[in-house]
Ligand binder design. Sequence first.
Ligand code: ADP
Ligand code: IPE
Length: 258
Amino acid sequence: MIIIKAGGSAITKKSQEFTPNMEVISNLSKEIKDARKVSVLVHGAGSYGHPIAKKYSLGQGYFDRKQLKGFSETRASVSELDGIILKSLIQSDLMPVKIGTFSNFITNDGRILEFYKEPLLRAIELGLLPVFTGDLVFDKTRVFSVLSGDQIVSYLSKLIKPSRVIFGTDVDGIYTGDPKKEKATHIKKITEDNIKEVFKFTKDIEDASGGMKGKFSEILSMFEMGIEIDVINLTKKGILAKALKGNVKGTVIKKENI
Ligand code: ADP
Ligand code: IPE
């Protein structure tokens, strides 16, 4: 089983609010269809979620009634992007089935506490393609929180134990720093030997759900489980198809001895 996380940086145009990257979404759908190997797709919110979440400080949890407008708007916007992705998957002759994040997860202080797993397990058994999105959820201590697709992926990994997890973003994998902002070196392979070093390099940039820092901590928990995590560029056609065949042009993160 393979889980794919299609990052918001790839499937939406992050600099333009509420703008999908249709070319990336359509290639993603076709490459998933051709590979016939993907069990679960999780996608991010990108410019459909982060700008509103930021405007209303939703990442901090509930502190003001005024945030509720933003809560409502974010959920509607994320659902809109979800709809675009589901439609594209169906056009590629896949059988996606949305598993609602808001309705199935409860967090505690930002971490998943409860998940109703039955629909996911049954969907996989039937041969449907379960689709999750990063979204807002209710939280036991913060009233609500932003649940990232990255955390959903690491949680689901414990549940369904995939052989591989693929993260797609808008850059060629993991670098020694943000390649868009500084001169950074690409890292081809991350193992037990250099994982701590790579973490040290990574700057504390954050979006509503933790940014690269958040992604790294989720990757670390899957790494510890012995799962191979590939980070690839989803904006370049064919890279996902290659990765699904085992030819990863990006960063491979894996404990060497497993
Ligand atoms: P997602 O697509 O899942 O939302 P993010 O936007 O959270 O992904 O993270 C991807 C972005 O992180 C890239 O666009 C890149 O500019 C930035 N980034 C920051 N630090 C790094 C790093 N060390 N390696 C790779 N990308 C990085
Ligand atoms: C964020 O989900 C959800 C909201 C902002 C409501 P993700 O964290 O998975 O989204 P991306 O991949 O960073 O865009």
